[in-house]
Design a protein around this ligand. Structure first.
Ligand SMILES: Cc1cc2nc3c(=O)[nH]c(=O)nc-3n(C[C@H](O)[C@H](O)[C@H](O)COP(=O)(O)O)c2cc1C
Length: 189
């Protein structure tokens, strides 16, 4: 397994981007384990770790089942991703059944850990909220209190030339961000 040398964190953060063009190359099982290891060490309220992940490699029936629940705009490219990961959160604390108002936040942090871990392994991720909640819940047979948060497409970068023209354009477009000054304040708002 060829894991690139350790990189400074900020560079990992900037390198992460939501690609749509994935190569056919499979994600090695050891790397899949590493991705979930990254999630494992994410912080969470009361150390509840309210996340769960269901994953499927291309070729598995489960992969097609997940793709079917995506919005059409996502199906067009995510169906080709070699690995799909469904991020799921539990909305109550296991020990007392009380609502866990941090579950979405904490699951998002675990997802971000996965996405940064992926970059360090030479992989890319693309999170999608564009899926049919109920359809995905049913496909995965999720019990009450478990909710899909995002579907993540994961794999090695492919060639943007293999995407339809509109998506290719988006893939190659410059990334945009608000300036730091637009969201940071050193005074009462
Ligand atoms: C919760 C969430 C839901 C998203 N849903 C979709 C989606 O359904 N389809 C899609 O193409 N991208 C989706 N994205 C990706 C965003 O569009 C992307 O993160 C944003 O444009 C910034 O681009 P970057 O991730 O390459 O920096 C989603 C991202 C997040 C965090």
């Amino acid at each position: 397994m060829n894991i690139p040398a350790e990189e400074p964190v900020i560079s990992l953060i900037k390198e992460r981007r939501s690609i749509r063009a994935f190569s056919n190359k499979e994600v090695e099982p050891e790397k899949i384990t590493e991705l979930f290891e990254a999630a494992r060490w994410a912080p969470s309220a009361m150390n509840e770790q309210p996340w769960m992940y269901v994953y499927a490699g291309k070729g598995q029936q489960l992969h097609s089942d997940i793709v079917e629940t995506l919005f059409p705009g996502n199906q067009s490219w995510a169906g080709k991703a070699p690995l799909l990961i469904v991020s799921i959160m539990r909305d109550t604390f296991i020990n007392n059944g009380n609502p866990n108002n941090s579950a979405l936040h904490d699951t998002g942090m675990a997802n971000y850990a996965i996405s940064l871990g992926a970059v360090s392994l030479g992989l890319h991720t693309h999170m999608m909220g564009g899926f049919h909640q109920e359809a995905l819940k049913q496909k995965l047979n999720l019990s009450e209190g478990l909710h899909p948060v995002v579907v993540m497409a994961v794999g090695y970068a492919g060639s943007p030339d293999d995407l339809p023209e509109g998506l290719k354009h988006r893939e190659l477009a410059a990334r945009t961000r608000k300036p730091v000054s637009a969201f940071t304040f050193n005074q009462i708002l």
